[in-house]
Ligand binder design. Structure first.
Ligand code: TMP
Length: 252
């Protein structure tokens, strides 16, 4: 692994050059970072790799193009190299997190309709909330691309809401990224990055127990267990899975 060329390292993942041109290997780390808080959630990378694979595959089956090609091993997946649109796209169904803080609203309030927000990807600026006007004026994306991104984000939301509801989980909100996939002179917008409890808010339907990264952000404990519970409910973790969180067994 160390001999491969590392092309990018983020909070939760490392990207390496892939075996063929136009591909990358996405490696999922156990590191967790939220604002000033840093930690390691043992086994998180293994679970996120498997959960993201599963969700990207299901989304692919309903016609959402994604960068995902195949899982390589416990912590790595092969993806298509894309030109990332520098936006974090957040879809919200229920008030939580920064929306609750910014507008002084009670967490848990159902929104009258799903809301899509854009944040400009910049670590230095702390990923500020931006409007379509900023995005198109500064050339981060075009109006046509944004229409497609918005449409895809809402389709992803509808599908994932149903998928999670079916396993007793409420999809509160999530954050995704999109990329431009160039094939000769053609360009397609595809879903990139990952979808996992690191970038979703997932609450138990009956108890509202948090099954996502908020357990880390808010020091709620039992973090890896919550991620494991999501995988178990999705049917991708062996029942009564191993307690050894360094390498939970996953099904093919
Ligand atoms: P927020 O309420 O903190 O703005 O988060 C909205 C959603 O985006 C939530 O599901 C968590 C996710 N998210 C990330 O994946 N990465 C981030 O850096 C932040 C701030 C949020």
């Amino acid at each position: 692994m160390s001999r491969r060329k590392r092309v990018y390292e983020g909070n939760g993942k490392v990207l390496y050059e892939g075996p063929e041109p136009g591909t990358l290997v996405q490696y999922f780390k156990d590191d967790a970072i939220a604002r000033q808080k840093r930690g390691v959630i043992t086994g998180k990378g293994v679970l996120n790799n498997r959960i993201s694979e599963y969700l990207m595959q299901r989304l692919g089956e309903i016609g959402i193009p994604t960068h995902f090609l195949r899982r390589l091993n416990m912590r790595e997946q092969l993806i298509q190299e894309v030109e990332i649109i520098p936006l974090e796209v957040v879809v919200r169904n229920v008030v939580a997190g920064s929306l609750a803080e910014r507008l002084g609203m009670a967490e848990g309030t159902a929104l009258p309709r799903s809301i899509v927000e854009f944040y400009y990807k910049s670590d230095d600026l702390g990923d500020p909330l931006v409007t379509e006007e900023h995005i198109t004026a500064f050339g981060w994306s075009t109006p046509q691309e944004l229409d497609e991104v918005m449409h895809m984000a809402l389709r992803i939301n509808d599908f994932l809401c149903g998928l999670f509801y079916g396993v007793g989980i409420r999809l509160i909100d999530f954050r995704v990224e999109f990329g431009r996939l160039w094939q000769n002179d053609d360009m397609r917008i595809v879903l990139a990055d990952e979808i996992s409890p690191d970038n979703c808010r997932l609450w138990d339907l009956k108890t509202n127990e948090k099954l996502d990264k908020d357990r880390f952000r808010r020091d709620l404990g039992q973090i890896a267990e919550a991620y494991q519970e999501v995988a178990r409910r999705l049917g991708i973790l062996l029942e009564g899975g191993p307690t050894d969180m360094r390498g939970p067994e996953t099904m093919q």
